[in-house]
Write a protein that binds this ligand. Structure first.
Ligand code: PA5
Length: 348
């Protein structure tokens, strides 16, 4: 598969995942307006914490908010809210389809506990429930995969929290300009020789990626890269974070070189690592060299926290789609997820 052939790309990507990535800057801009338009019946400053509930491509929004906001955020992935959930928390339920059973159940759990809620969805059962219970809903556009709608789900929330003074200072215009610059460098019309996500996809083709981030910093990016490789490229990938990986996973490299002959470790760096984790990464690089483990470092784009985190997520989105094309698979459909959900419905 030639990543520089627009005809081949169109053939392998009939649902236009690449186009969704190319237009991500516009998606983010449109999503900021969705945040401006919604009127909330409460003040965000009144809450002690935001508890984001969702699954898969919708839940990642909670992890991103937790990393980006100057406000406590936790993410819940499951049927019920954690024991710590209480009316002083704002419950934010995110479901692209609006039909994910775990998210709907957790939303109802929040209502039972007397919590205020905010929902984000394209519609589905979630919209009906919001109408019945008078819960504000940010209605996002349909027609994309949930994981290709991260901008639509993240930016309205960033805008709302920014307006409430709980996001530090976000310069949305500047951020958008930077994301546009990334799209200019990474889009499919840029040839492989000068296109970093295409280059990384070529490097990773045929390998099992193991992505390492750092706790509280790039852990969200590492997890997103792993799940994007799974869903877009339809292949296994693993992730972990410093410092925890030095307390167990590291030992796995003792016998690693043979078993890892098809693996490649990617360490994410963005310059916001704490010093001890930087040192840990350096020591691990020496270990990988000694043990003959294939590894590489992926650096985030330059800029502030928002540019670095959103930019590195965007980079992962691009390279995982390019990897899908090299794997000769359509990046959009997630048939195994769909058939799993269908069977669960039929048998339950
Ligand atoms: O990427 C996907 O399709 C999944 O991870 C979904 O996001 C997940 O199954 C949850 O569905 P939804 O986002 O519609 O709530």
């Amino acid at each position: 598969m030639n990543l520089d052939s627009s005809e081949k790309i169109k053939e392998m990507d009939p649902q236009g995942m690449v186009e969704d990535l190319d237009t991500f800057p516009d998606q983010c801009k449109e999503a900021v307006s969705l945040g401006e338009e919604i009127k909330l019946p409460y003040d965000l400053e009144e809450f002690d914490r935001a508890l984001v509930t969702g699954m898969g491509g919708s839940a990642i929004v909670g992890d991103l908010l937790a990393r980006l906001l100057d406000f406590p955020v936790d993410t819940n992935r499951g049927y019920y809210l954690p024991k710590s959930a209480r009316p002083d928390d704002l419950l934010i339920a995110v479901s692209y389809s609006g039909n994910t059973e775990e998210t709907l159940s957790a939303l109802k759990d929040g209502q039972r506990r007397g919590m205020e809620s905010l929902c984000l969805s394209t519609g589905g059962k979630m919209e009906k429930y919001c109408n019945r219970e008078s819960i504000p809903l940010v209605k996002i556009p349909t027609g994309h995969q949930p994981r290709a709608s991260t901008g639509y789900m993240l930016f309205p929330l960033l805008k709302l929290f920014d307006e409430a003074g709980l996001a530090g200072t976000i310069d949305f215009a500047q951020l958008n300009e930077e994301v546009e610059g990334m799209a200019d460098s990474w889009n499919s019309s840029v040839p492989t020789e000068s296109n970093e996500p295409k280059k990384l996809a070529e490097e990773l083709a045929g390998k099992v990626p193991v992505i390492y981030g750092t706790k509280g910093n790039t852990s969200v990016v590492a997890y997103r890269w792993k799940t994007q490789i799974n869903e877009n490229a339809k292949q296994p990938a693993f992730w972990n974070v410093f410092p925890e990986l030095n307390h167990n996973e590291t030992v796995g490299y003792e016998l690693g070189s043979e078993l890892m002959s098809n693996g490649k470790v990617i360490t994410l760096k963005n310059g916001l690592e704490i010093e001890r984790n930087e040192l840990r990464m350096k020591i691990m690089e020496d270990l990988f060299t000694d043990e003959g483990i294939d590894y590489a470092i992926a650096r985030a784009p330059e800029g502030d926290k928002f540019t670095k985190i959103i930019g590195q997520v965007y980079f992962g989105d691009y390279f995982s789609v390019y990897l899908a094309l090299l794997n000769q698979v359509d990046p959009s459909p997630v048939e195994l997820i769909e058939s799993f959900k269908a069977r669960l419905k039929k048998e339950g």
